[in-house]
Design a protein around this ligand. Structure first.
Ligand code: S3P
Length: 444
């Protein structure tokens, strides 16, 4: 699915940003809508699907497993499902490209069905750990037939008679939770996931939307206990995908960092388990107003009015990481332009994202003249209210490193170049055009 040619890009300061924009649909919700649509009996209509490579790759794997997935134009999609447990054995390996979410959720969905499938992905995905998902799936009854060191490519034989399990993940991960719940769909009785720290709850919400019985209770200070009653008949229900807050983060921080900017980002999802970046930026003094709050597709959304703002440093506690796990590269860029040292704690999981994002974020800043340090799992950024820029950033097949570096270039003294912007299309197709529409100078 992915363009093979690298696409170098350069961003340079070009004055304030102005205008309105709507970023594409949420990646997490788009992937879940396709997967759950494929497990219903009947046809699900999806509006506003993210047409990014990660989602398109997942759609392709669902076709290979027997679902009918149609693109109807205008980001409207239709999916005819095969029912819980109804996947057919695919004729060829399933290729998830760059998508950890697509791959891990589908390991769960396939792991609960009596089919065998080979899972594969690009060079970035092949480095990422899958053992965390395979362990609970093996307890449910799936078998890993071939895998180098718990990584892709791997072959999974789904459970013939899946067992309901009680699972307490050791890592705060919505992908891991979702994989177990999706496998548990085809098990008799109650599958229980007990999270120590609550992670994004889109799977639980969407399962309920499709008619499954899901009970969510508080567990401990930050945690949740999720109980799914297995073997439901999932019934199609229309899905509206709201704008992705993790994508909105890039034009939002770009507007904050360029004095005189005033930008409105429309219909951004404000699910409380995704708003850690907004909380943090407001603590730093960012002028962000939520206007037109409403509910769309079962989620709170609002237009965000963002103004260029002087920022001050802040300490971000580890407990906030699950609600802003994808936003640290862009927060680190914002921190470089704040006054003082920003400390971000508990970033271990960043090491196993599309790249080693902790190292890649630190390198991005260093390359552009910003002082930065990694101590254990914490990142410290020395903000000086300005940044020299002038660097060439290695993006390591990571869309969020690419976009964070380009935002840096829009605010720094000298232009910032990236080696490859082609992976931006995994989550934010049209990023360059949207940013140019707001007045940003991005060139190839
Ligand atoms: C996601 C969960 C997060 C996040 C990813 C999307 C999801 O990963 O980084 O971009 O949709 O469930 P982890 O579950 O590995 O933290």
């Amino acid at each position: 699915m992915h363009a093979i040619e690298p696409r170098p890009l350069t961003a340079r300061h070009n004055g304030p940003l102005h205008g309105r924009a709507r970023v594409p649909g949420d990646k997490s919700i788009s992937i879940r809508a396709l997967i759950l649509g494929a497990l219903t009996v009947g046809e699900t209509a999806i509006a506003g699907l993210l047409e990014g490579d990660d989602v398109l790759d997942t759609a392709q794997t669902l076709r290979a497993l027997g679902a009918t997935v149609q693109q109807c134009g205008g980001r409207q999609w239709r999916i005819r499902g095969v029912g819980v447990g109804g996947f057919a054995a695919p004729a060829a390996p399933l290729d998830f490209g760059n998508s950890g979410t697509g791959c891990r959720l589908m390991l769960g969905a396939v792991g609960g069905c009596p089919v065998t499938a080979e899972f594969d992905g690009d060079a970035s995905l092949r480095k990422r750990p899958m053992r965390r998902v395979l362990d609970p799936l093996e307890r449910i009854g799936a078998r890993t037939l071939a895998s180098a060191d718990g990584r892709l490519p791997l072959t999974l034989a789904g459970a013939r008679d899946p067992l309901p399990i009680v699972f307490e993940p050791q890592i705060a991960s919505a992908q891991l939770k979702s994989a177990v719940l999706l496998a548990g769909l085809n098990a008799p009785g109650a599958t229980v996931v007990i999270e120590r720290e609550a992670t994004r709850d889109h799977t639980e919400k969407m399962l309920t939307h499709f008619g499954a019985q899901v009970r969510v209770e508080a567990a401990g200070e930050y945690g949740r206990r999720i109980t799914l009653t297995g073997q439901p008949e999932l019934v199609p229900a229309p899905i509206v995908v709201p704008a992705d807050p993790s994508s909105a983060a890039f034009p939002l921080v770009a507007a904050l960092l360029t004095p005189g900017s005033e930008v409105i980002l429309e219909g951004v999802m404000l699910n409380p388990l995704r708003t850690g970046l907004l909380t943090t930026l407001k603590e730093m003094g960012a002028l962000i107003e939520e206007v037109q709050r409403q509910t769309e597709g079962g989620e709170e959304v609002a237009d965000l009015l963002v103004r260029g703002s002087p920022l001050r440093s802040v300490e971000v506690p580890a407990s906030r990481a699950p609600s802003m796990i994808d936003e640290y590269p862009i927060l680190a860029v914002a921190a470089a332009f704040a006054e003082g040292t920003t400390v971000m704690r508990g970033l271990k999981e960043l090491r196993v994202k599309e790249s080693d994002r902790l190292a890649a974020t630190a390198a991005l800043l260093k390359e552009n003249g910003v002082e930065v340090e990694i101590e254990g799992d914490d990142l410290m950024v020395q903000g000086r209210g300005r940044a020299p820029g002038g660097g060439l950033v290695a993006t390591h097949m990571d869309h969020r490193i690419a976009m964070a570096a380009l935002v840096m270039g829009l605010a720094s003294e000298r232009p910032v170049k990236i080696d490859d912007g082609s992976f931006i299309a995994t989550s934010f197709p049209g990023f360059v055009e949207l940013m140019r529409g707001l007045g940003a100078e991005l060139s190839g």
